[in-house]
Design a protein around this ligand. Structure first.
Ligand code: ZN
Length: 350
């Protein structure tokens, strides 16, 4: 409901900037289908390259027919590859969205402008694009911030989702086809965790569910890391209940005062990574064209997503893993933790 009302809230802004002939598919319509379609019916009808090319442009010159060839850098192969859609004339693209607990900075702006450009270009070439960009509205950082402010975590994150949408309007980014939120996809997330458990890739400890990385020999193939790289006490917190220090949480049992949802393993909430595996599968299926985000997501987020999706469905296959670089200040990554950032709002409304 939150997303639907949010879409209602910001769509009028877009309608003045980007008149759309048809609204995006409402989430409810997609959820009613038992097995998700390979592509959700989304975006306005595609135009053909022929229809839009060869006519005179505004300045009186003839527009050149755009090349249908698109070459993309694939983080998995570390090479540029000729893009071949899995379904003729369609593109399924999932881009990891923000964790909504504060105003977004210009490092975020780079990610979403990057993929907005790609979205527009595919549409320009005549592809029907289903562009899914999620909101993380259930997360440790949100819970901590809400505690500080004495606010309900879900309402805090809803507020910052709306702020993010305002920033995207300012940056002239088109709205994606769907903007799913974690809090609205618990059945899909729980269903995927059950599949992973049933297939023998995870285990339950005291109401928590962990992914067992040793069961997935390809773990590390995106980031080119060995399991040895994830030594306990360095990047991964020591937890003696885990079979391997690199095992990661699919479900976390609830602590007092935290938001929780009922599950077969007791009340709790999902780990961060499972949301994107579950929501991409819900809207695009297990096999789709492009999964993207900032380069900091390669490990652990996208590595873990690959492990989860393949563990839930052995036919899971993403054609291209696409990542953009950091925004840097004096050669240092801009980040909240270093305090060297500018919010989009500071830059666009000085
Ligand atoms: Zn993600």
């Amino acid at each position: 409901m939150g997303t639907v009302s949010l879409l209602k809230c910001y769509r009028p802004f877009f309608s003045t900037l980007f008149p759309r002939s048809a609204p995006s598919t409402p989430h409810a319509a997609i959820f009613r289908k038992k097995s998700p379609p390979s592509f959700c019916a989304c975006s306005s009808p595609p135009f053909t390259a022929e229809k839009d090319c060869g006519k005179s442009g505004a300045q009186g010159f003839t527009l050149k027919k755009p090349s249908p060839e698109v070459w993309l850098h694939n983080t998995m192969s570390k090479t540029k590859q000729l893009f071949k859609p899995k379904v003729e004339s369609k593109v399924g693209m999932y881009v990891c969205g923000v964790t909504a607990y504060d105003l977004s900075h210009i490092g975020h702006a780079r990610v979403y402008i990057n993929f907005d450009l790609l979205y527009r270009y595919f549409k320009h070439l005549g592809f029907e694009v289903c562009y899914v960009r999620n909101f993380t509205d259930v997360d440790d950082k949100i819970i901590a911030r809400a505690k500080e402010l004495g606010e309900d975590p879900i309402s805090l994150s809803r507020r910052y989702c709306e702020e993010f949408c305002r920033d995207m309007i300012t940056l002239n980014c088109l709205p994606p086809s769907v903007e799913p939120k974690v809090s609205e996809h618990m059945p899909q997330i729980i269903d995927m965790i059950e599949k992973i458990l049933n297939n023998g890739y995870a285990y339950v400890v005291d109401g928590d569910v962990y992914f067992n990385v040793e069961k997935f020999p390809e773990y590390g193939k995106l980031s080119s890391r060995d399991l040895e790289d994830n030594r306990a006490g360095e990047r991964v917190a020591v937890d003696l209940r885990k079979k391997n220090p690199a095992d990661f949480a699919l479900w976390k049992s609830s602590k007092p005062g935290e938001p929780f949802w009922e599950s077969p393993w007791g009340p709790g909430r999902p780990g961060w990574h499972i949301e994107c595996s579950a929501m991409s599968a819900a809207y695009l299926g297990y096999s789709f064209d492009i999964h993207g985000g900032g380069i900091d997501l390669v490990f652990p987020h996208h590595e873990n997503e690959i492990a989860q999706s393949c563990a839930a469905c052995n036919k899971s296959d993403i054609s291209v893993w696409m990542h953009n670089g950091f925004v840097t200040i004096d050669s240092v990554k801009m980040s909240k933790s270093l305090g060297n950032f500018f919010t989009i709002r500071q830059v666009t409304h000085p």
